[in-house]
Design a protein around this ligand. Sequence first.
Ligand SMILES: [Zn+2]
Length: 116
Amino acid sequence: MESTLPNCPECGSEYTYEDGNLLVCPMCNHEWSAEDDTAVEENEIKDVNGQVLNDGDDVTVIKDLKVKGVSSVIKQGTKVKGIRLVDPEDGHDIDCKVPGIGQVGLKSSVVKKVNK
Ligand SMILES: [Zn+2]
């Protein structure tokens, strides 16, 4: 049977094999899912460092932000828990609740993902 498996995205090895829903590279032991590769990529929202953000992630604000209609400022370093990704409106692609401020839209370019 001819193999149509993709090469390993980590090391480029062609000796990849399937293990359930995962693809496995025997050369570098990298495991990944063959399916969510293409489907998800279009809508990826990334933080300032290029890390992909997901619903429910925690992030830190990387600079002071003025909030429309609110007199307070979201301070640099503010931790925001449980973000929700939304279709960008005016570039705001994150919906979240900021402590002391309330529900606001943030831009993914001003946040940094908190690795749990
Ligand atoms: Zn590999």
